[in-house]
Design a protein around this ligand. Structure first.
Ligand code: GMT
Length: 376
């Protein structure tokens, strides 16, 4: 098939899933065309059957807000015609599904040509942004006009039906996935341990540091753990709340043991050295970063929020607590880190369970089947 993929190319779960999916589809013989404003962060320079089409918004002094969604629709329309695409797969509803609907209408009205639009709902497009009064109606319209809809968890499917009243939407749940060969703990040489000392536990957090991730809580949990055992906190990623996390580390006097590495595209070598992954998020539709940690044999301590309960097996691969309950998360972290047998058992279960339920080939095959089916 010839598949167009539109996603946010910046550091984040939906862009990561969309890019890994495109790469996997190309490896299975499909032709994949990324249509977005920048090369996706997990897309290496050249891969057979993978193409990148940049959306240029242009500049005009009248526009305080350049209309990216229209430029995207025009580029989608052009790429579909030029490369004879079969599918436009939009990741994150806003504004991608809206632009795809415009492109589809243009193709139909002007050229009597049809294109199938599939939209994958990832998270805050439904749980936060899409429910904002400014976007609710257009989000509802755009998802209802998609020819096929997938959501990354049962939680997100149910939340979409509740928030947008589209019980007949026919949303298929297709979870996030990992390439098991990449998240192989034994594959990587130690680097962090050489830096921080073999006797210290490594706690890790990976995200785009938005308010929903509650990065202050990450630092607070760590500070309590560090009171009891020698440890460091490794913060991977960047975003608006990084300064908050730095301030919290200073306030709690742990700043020398909190390391901000910035945006690192390939997180597997770092995760391979982690002892514990922290995700005390406010809301999480799935939690790709938690899945990548589990696949690397890293137990997860986080919030019992949204779809994270579908990823972390309570007491077996990690521990989930109420949102904001820093004390409970610190206690759970210490209980795992201070008991070698428990840590080893959780680590093995995590790696095994991630491979059993979320391996790339099975999940990508589900997307392929979804493209070929009726969708709804
Ligand atoms: O919805 C978002 O916040 C954007 C998105 C991203 O690009 O960071 O993250 C979401 O999509 C991921 C991939 O499907 C999920 O694993 C994340 O749980 C989800 N984030 C949230 O729900 C906060």
């Amino acid at each position: 098939m010839k598949i167009g993929i539109t996603c946010y190319p910046t550091y984040g779960g939906s862009g990561a899933v969309a890019t890994e999916l495109g790469i996997a589809l190309a490896a299975r013989g499909h032709e994949v065309h990324f249509v977005t404003y920048k090369q996706p962060f997990r897309l290496p320079r050249f891969l057979p059957r993978v193409f990148f089409h940049e959306v240029d918004v242009g500049r005009y002094p009248l526009f305080e807000y350049p209309p990216y969604d229209l430029a995207l629709a025009v580029r989608m329309h052009e790429v579909v015609r030029m490369h004879d695409l079969d599918i436009l797969h939009c990741h994150y509803a806003i504004p991608h599904a809206t632009s795809a609907w415009i492109a589809k209408e243009m193709l139909h009205q002007e050229h009597r040509r049809d294109i199938r639009v599939v939209t994958t709902l990832h998270g805050t497009d439904i749980t936060i942004v899409g429910q904002d009064p400014s976007f609710h109606a257009i989000t509802k319209f755009s998802i209802e006009r998609s020819d096929g809809l997938t959501a990354v968890s049962h939680y997100l499917r149910d939340e979409t039906q509740r928030a947008f009243g589209c019980s007949g939407c026919g949303i298929e749940v297709i979870h996030n996935f990992i390439d098991p060969t990449v998240y192989e703990r034994s594959r990587y040489q130690p680097a962090l341990r050489n830096e921080f000392g073999a006797d210290r536990k490594i706690l890790m957090h990976v995200s785009n540091f938005r308010p929903v991730k509650r990065v202050r809580d990450v630092v607070r949990i760590f500070a309590r753990v560090r009171e009891e055992i020698p440890s460091v906190l490794v913060m991977v990623g960047d975003g608006p709340d990084r300064v908050d996390a730095q301030e919290e580390a200073l306030r709690l006097g742990v700043e020398r043991d909190v390391h901000f590495l910035g945006k690192i595209d390939l997180v597997a070598p770092l995760l391979a050295e982690a002892d514990l992954f922290l995700l005390p998020t406010q809301s999480e539709s799935f939690g790709l970063s938690a899945l990548e940690a589990l696949a690397s044999g890293v137990p997860v301590v986080g919030s019992r929020a949204g779809g994270l309960v579908e990823v972390v097996k309570e007491g077996i691969t990690g521990v989930l607590c109420s949102v904001g309950d820093v004390d409970a998360m610190a206690t759970a972290s210490l209980a795992i880190l201070c008991d070698d047998d428990r840590w080893t058992s959780m680590s093995h279960s995590a790696a095994r369970d991630a491979r059993a339920r979320f391996s790339r080939d099975e999940i990508v095959a589900r997307y392929e089947a979804f493209y070929q089916g009726d969708g709804r």
